[in-house]
Design a protein around this ligand. Structure first.
Ligand code: S3P
Length: 450
């Protein structure tokens, strides 16, 4: 089992205005997919702007273990020499995906229709998360899996020697499950069909098309129907990874909360399956402008200009949940500084992320003096208004990078400092977070570096 070393407590204190340009890292979802699709292609894939967070580096190592050649040529500049669809070799060692649900679930899909066996593990957070949601549909292709009770890692997957194509309706909105099925479908003859009731992030579909697969997407009364023709020859290509809208949400929300802030976050993906948080912030009254909208590497991107704003609580439309699923922790922190209550419904999936994010946010906000109502699939935050949150707590982050970043951003505006018990996992998705926030003017310090 992997870990990230000793806990790294950090404290955030009331800060002056945040000012400057925040260059957030490459998109995590696209980075994983670029490495995996590169490995499943013939020839070279060149990736620029790759997120060099631990999650993605674990996926890069895994692709090497399955036989691809992965090399780094400079910051964010990577190449993958692929082995082609069906060309994965059997790894000699256990595949350790660290903290990454996306990594392990997509890789399981990518190997499940090849006649090889692989064993997967992760850190204490990942080893608690459900894998049955992926291994159930992979069994329909003919793959077998043997894990711990409750479908938990460590787990061995025996790929199907004679995979059959699958028609699968997603039981929950999950881009990871959709992607695992599509990646398994690559090495099955005939057409693999995935039906999703609510659209989830569509990077796999866009990128499969870009790598040369035949894939169609149809919006129907039944939902979104994605049809992939199996056994294509994927060809290596250049991938320019846009900046991550989920990571961008942290400096954006911090600037909205800290008085007189004014920052620019350039080149952030505004893919409509990912931009729900920005629509929500605008509805709360945020002074947030999408400047210079353009297409980069097939993804819509914009420069985000953000200024401190007095915010009001809203009811977040549940239909928007999939397009902002990773942003509820920072939204909950921000909502604590708004006037009135913010109601977030239809968010049951947050219970099975890197931590139970409803519980982690509720307990942390309560410790900071914020009133919370919680149900199995909802969270209501009673806002204290700008500058109104007490703080003065140490928050448990449960190995969850987004919980850690959310409370460190909140602590920039609270009356008393906020400490997180462990900021180490931030390196899984946003290794430069601390430096970037300090450069903007945020008062964040490591407690252990006395
Ligand atoms: C991701 C999908 C989402 C998201 C995760 C990244 C992806 O998970 O929470 O951070 O890259 O496909 P689910 O598929 O579990 O919703």
């Amino acid at each position: 089992m992997s870990g990230h070393g000793p806990a790294l407590p950090m404290t955030a204190r009331k800060s002056g205005p945040l000012r400057g340009i925040a260059q957030v890292p490459g998109d995590k979802s696209i980075s994983h997919r670029a490495l995996i699709l590169g490995a499943l292609s013939v020839g070279e894939t060149r990736i620029t702007g790759l997120l060099e967070g631990h999650d993605v580096l674990d996926t890069a190592k895994a692709m090497q273990a399955f036989g691809a050649t992965v090399a780094c040529h400079g910051a964010g500049d990577w190449s993958v020499q692929g082995v082609g669809v069906g060309g994965f070799a059997e790894p000699e060692q256990v595949i350790d995906c660290g903290n990454s649900g996306t990594g392990v679930r997509l890789i399981m899909g990518a190997m499940a229709s090849t006649d090889i066996t692989a064993t997967f593990t992760g850190d204490a957070s990942l080893n608690k998360r459900p894998m049955g949601r992926v291994t159930d549909p992979l069994a329909l292709f003919g793959a077998q899996s043997f894990g711990r009770r409750g479908g938990r890692l460590p787990m061995t997957v025996i790929g199907a020697a004679d995979p059959v194509p699958v028609r699968y309706t997603l039981p929950m909105p999950s881009a990871q499950v959709k992607s695992a099925v599509l990646l398994a479908g690559l090495n099955a003859p005939g057409q693999t069909v995935v039906i999703e009731g609510e659209p989830t992030r569509d990077h796999t579909e866009r990128m499969l098309r870009g790598f040369g697969a035949e894939i169609t997407v149809e919006d129907t009364d039944e939902g979104r129907i994605i049809t992939l023709t199996g056994q294509p020859e994927l060809r290596g290509r250049n991938v320019a990874v846009p900046r991550d809208p989920s990571s961008a949400a942290f400096p954006v929300c911090a600037a909205l909360m800290v008085k007189d802030s004014d920052i620019l976050v350039p080149g952030v993906s505004q893919n409509p399956t990912r931009n729900g948080i920005y629509l929500t912030l605008q509805e709360m009254g945020a002074d947030l402008v999408m400047e210079n909208p353009r297409l980069e590497g097939g993804e819509p991107v914009a420069d985000l200009r953000v200024r401190f704003s007095a915010l009001r609580g809203i009811e977040v439309p549940p239909a928007r949940a999939a397009s902002m699923i990773d942003e509820y922790p920072i939204l909950a922190a921000l909502a604590a500084t708004a006037e009135g209550k913010t109601v977030m419904r239809g968010i049951k999936e947050l219970r099975v992320k890197e931590s139970d994010r409803i519980d982690a946010m509720a307990r942390g906000l309560e410790a900071c003096g914020v009133r919370i109502d919680e149900t199995e699939d909802s969270l209501t935050v009673h806002g204290c208004g700008a500058g109104g949150v007490r703080g003065g707590a140490t928050v448990q982050t449960h190995l969850d990078h987004r919980i850690a970043m959310s409370f460190l951003c909140l602590g920039l505006t609270t009356q008393q400092p906020v400490t997180v018990d462990d900021a180490g996992p931030i390196a899984t998705s946003f290794p430069a977070f601390e430096g970037l926030m300090r450069d903007l003017g945020a008062a964040m310090t490591r407690n252990s570096a006395a």
